[in-house]
Design a protein around this ligand. Sequence first.
Ligand SMILES: NC(=O)c1ccc[n+]([C@@H]2O[C@H](COP(=O)([O-])OP(=O)(O)OC[C@H]3O[C@@H](n4cnc5c(N)ncnc54)[C@H](OP(=O)(O)O)[C@@H]3O)[C@@H](O)[C@H]2O)c1
Length: 345
Amino acid sequence: MKSRQWLLARRPTAEITPDHFEMVERDIGEPDTGKGEILVKHQILVCAPAMRGWMQADRPRFVPGIDPGDPIMALGGAKVVKSANPAFPEGSRIRCVGAWQEYQVLDPKGAGCELIEDDLSLADAIGIYSTNALTAYFGLLKVGEPKQGETLVVSGAAGSTGSVVVQIGKIKGLRVIGIAGGAEKCGWVLDDYGADAVIDYKNENVAERLAALCPDGIDVFFDNVGGDILQAAVDNIAQYGRIVLCGQISGYDADRPAPGPRDMMQLVYGSIRMQGFLLYDYFRDFDQGRTDLRHWVDSGLIKHREDIRPGFENLPETYAALFNGENRGSLLALLDEEALRKPER
Ligand SMILES: NC(=O)c1ccc[n+]([C@@H]2O[C@H](COP(=O)([O-])OP(=O)(O)OC[C@H]3O[C@@H](n4cnc5c(N)ncnc54)[C@H](OP(=O)(O)O)[C@@H]3O)[C@@H](O)[C@H]2O)c1
């Protein structure tokens, strides 16, 4: 069996561009019946900022990483086309950690395969009911520990993760301020996601606006961005505030990591807790997270926006949109239109 694959051609050291990738066609073998393997057709793939770090050897990586010559590892939604595993029969639809390739042989356990609920499209299963929304859920509720009436500030607030943080914040009775880039995205944060106020970091002074909007300080800062925006939040954090370190996207596509806060004594004197986390810390509680998200989406309390871009050939260009702010919602690469439909019953 042959499949087209995108490989890492060379490591990015600053801005990621299409010439960091190379498309090849390769023999991918057949499922090993003795090992319970499956052959899947990838139908839709998640474009996640973390993948950018996996390609760079001089940055901390929480997975083995992607080296030159390796396929580009990615979370995706796929259909099983051949199976040597009764738990994943032919025709079933799954979430899995796969790669940028059209077909792939997977060991279901190693690839974290999960069957998709029958009433969801693959796009929803890897979109609003998958990693970013769960990251928002656990990061805010378990790490941020918000209390009703507190002030929550969210960076990357128009994005896949940030928009869900804003909305869960409102569900939990917080005063929510979002930070996003440009008038259009700031409009979504206020009008669609329901924040109480928004700061356009591309056109406003974030530290001054935070000081004006949070005279009693920020109780919880959920940070997707790092760098100057993290510094502005640290400068305005309330006593006993919590800083949730979800990501540092401002440094991913730069030639050096985003810097940390310049004076950590502010955190000492404020009795501030600054905590990083990985979604997989909460793996055992995923069912609870998905149940709550499902309930909130079904009852109209959480809105979601996907930016679905077709074309296996276009994957490198699609991926780059994360780092120039061009993505308009959860960035997904569509390989097969079937991923947009719920299965017929
Ligand atoms: N800890 C975890 O387990 C975990 C899991 C999932 C995601 N994350 C993190 O969550 C964050 C958001 O990821 P996502 O998938 O939801 O992406 P996203 O927010 O949907 O898209 C990325 C957005 O980041 C913003 N951005 C890009 N470069 C920026 C810069 N230099 N300064 C400020 N903003 C910039 C852009 O928004 P604007 O147009 O508004 O600038 C862009 O649209 C990332 O940091 C990611 O690593 C962490």
